[in-house]
Design a binder for this molecule. Structure first.
Ligand SMILES: *Cc1c(COP(=O)(O)O)cnc(C)c1O
Length: 376
């Protein structure tokens, strides 16, 4: 068996005709930069998200950077984020000379621990960047309440959770990335809505702010050669937009396929000792960008990974070294007891292969191999 973490070829084969036609159309038009497909896709994504402004850009990291640039923060302003996340979230904060302030996460849903946010807030705090990790929304209702109490901006990093639905206590629903002031996402190939290269987008509620994001992504201009603000160059290629426009139609089917696969893993792993399967929060659907286990201390994770690898089963650790221990972000004041959950997760998480094309047979092989390892 040749099991993959993601099967982009298998997914492509099913929509090849549409994708190839979309790419060919762009080549024939030679509108490689800012072609009509970029606007078309942005419009369609906006409709999918319930009408929020969509500003396309070059990748998910740029989306975060532009989101922070547009807020008009000053050097030294503090931005709160979960410490258990991909480096990009912290990187853009530091890059703009803002101060990343790490908060530990929950061991249940892996997202920012809302009960630890307020103690990090001081007069320099300007924004919170919750990350919807592995495909499930952070507790946005409480985060928005805290933000409103302290007058903070909220930027949702929805790179792993496009299409996940959050339910408020009054029953209202909203899609990941459309709740805060700005949401950001990535179209990196392996993301749930991935293109065939780099891509990203911002979801911006406020029309003026959206216009400004668009300007920043385009050298700070809205009229050619009139540079009103300092910007950057961050564009979604037309070919990538054409690909994304095809794949957007299938996004809900893709999420459903991931959810079905997760359900089967849940079932197969139910009675396996020492393994905790992902918990679904009552407030958010899960789109399973990752299916991440927590392994008990007695399980040798490295040995298990090697054993599975021998059998052709890839696994991944997201993320093996917590951000507060990374050389670029380390501070003398950081100690392990500040972030006990993140510390534990770094040593115990393991993500299994999950994607839109995975078969039940493959999943059964993954789980029987895990059991074989545990029984040896
Ligand atoms: C992938 C990812 C990003 C960055 O996206 P790129 O398109 O690779 O720049 C940011 N945040 C999170 C949580 C991600 O998973």
């Amino acid at each position: 068996m040749n099991i993959k973490m993601v099967d982009l070829k298998g997914q492509y084969d099913k929509i090849k005709t549409e994708i190839d036609a979309g790419i060919q159309e762009v080549i024939d038009s030679t509108a490689f930069i800012n072609g009509p497909k970029v606007q078309e896709f942005s419009k369609n994504l906006s409709n999918y998200l319930g009408g929020v402004n969509v500003v396309p850009c070059a990748n998910g990291t740029d989306a975060l950077q532009i989101a922070l640039m547009v807020l008009g923060l000053n050097p030294g302003d503090e931005v709160i984020l979960p410490v258990h996340t991909y480096v990009a979230t912290a990187e853009v904060i530091a890059l703009l000379k803002l101060k990343p302030v790490f908060v530990d996460v929950n061991s249940e849903d892996f997202n920012i621990n809302i009960s630890l946010i307020e103690e990090k807030i001081n007069p320099n705090t300007k924004a919170i960047v919750p990350v919807h990790l592995y495909g499930q929304c952070a507790d946005m209702e409480v985060i928005m309440q805290i933000a409103s109490k302290y007058n903070l901006f909220v930027i949702e990093d929805a790179a792993q959770a496009i299409g996940a639905v959050y339910t408020f206590s009054d029953g209202k629903k909203a899609i990941a990335g459309t709740i805060g002031d700005i949401g950001t996402t990535s179209f990196f190939p392996s993301k749930n809505l991935g293109c065939y290269g780099d891509g990203g987008a911002l979801f911006v509620k406020n029309n003026e702010l959206a216009k400004k994001c668009k300007m920043i992504a385009n050298h700070g201009q809205s009229i050619k050669y009139n540079h009103e603000i300092v910007g950057c160059n961050s564009r979604l290629d037309t070919i990538q937009a054409a690909i994304l426009d095809v794949k957007l139609k299938y996004l809900d089917d893709y999420s459903a396929a991931r959810q079905l696969a997760a359900k089967l893993y849940d079932e197969l792993l139910k009675s396996v000792k020492g393994i905790k399967t992902p918990k679904i929060s009552k407030k958010s659907t899960h789109v399973y960008h990752q299916y991440t286990l927590i392994l008990d201390k007695f399980i040798n994770r490295n040995a298990m990974q090697d054993f599975l690898k021998e059998k052709g089963i890839p696994t991944m650790i997201y993320y093996p070294i917590p951000l507060y221990k990374q050389k670029a972000y380390i501070k003398e004041s950081y100690t392990e007891d500040l972030f006990p959950v993140t510390e534990k997760l770094a040593n115990s998480v393991l993500s299994l292969p999950i994607h839109t094309e995975i078969t039940g047979e493959e999943q059964e092989f993954v789980v029987s191999s895990i059991i074989e390892f545990l029984n040896q």
